[in-house]
Design a binder for this molecule. Structure first.
Ligand code: DAT
Ligand code: MG
Length: 140
């Protein structure tokens, strides 16, 4: 099924100057960039984005990290985009991620694991709505 999912390139990748390598990986897997922008995420937006982790011990450091520097937010469209993006990203923990995945290659730790990708179609809709206005996504 053709889907649109949400991805976010985290501050540690921005520091490494590797945004192009991340987008290239998504595009070469057949995903189209249907939305893209560089933004600085406020703590408030970040708390909404990661609401499911609100009571986890790592929540404060997660919010602090994501809102520490500008990030790239992406809408990615293609066949099975939600699961495809998760596959390309790899395990949450870069140490457990398979070679060739983004988190294996660009992740520094569980917290600073390079990229976010929605975990379901429902999450994708919620997250796209948080970061993009209706006119900012262009699906062919
Ligand atoms: P994912 O990003 O693979 O969907 P998740 O939803 O479990 O993983 O967690 C969201 C983010 O929270 C994750 O990308 C990084 C951070 N995180 C998760 N578990 C953590 C931990 N044990 N310590 C520090 N940060 C963690
Ligand atoms: Mg998650």
């Amino acid at each position: 099924m053709k889907e649109t999912t949400f991805a976010l390139i985290k501050p540690n990748v921005m520091k490494k100057n590797k945004v192009g390598s991340i987008i290239e990986k998504f595009q070469s897997a057949g995903l189209e960039v249907s939305g893209v922008k560089m933004i600085k995420v406020s703590s408030k937006l970040c708390e909404k984005f990661y609401q499911e982790h609100k009571y986890k011990p790592f929540f404060p450091e997660l919010v602090c990290f994501i809102s520490s520097a500008p990030v790239i937010v992406l809408a990615l469209t293609g066949l099975n985009a939600v699961s495809l993006v998760r596959e390309i990203m790899g395990d949450t923990d870069p140490k457990k991620a398979k070679p060739g995945t983004l988190r294996f290659e660009y992740g520094d730790s569980v917290g600073e694991n390079a990229v976010h990708g929605s975990d379901s179609l429902e999450s994708a809709k919620r997250e796209l709505d948080l970061f993009f206005l209706p006119g900012e996504i262009f699906i062919k």
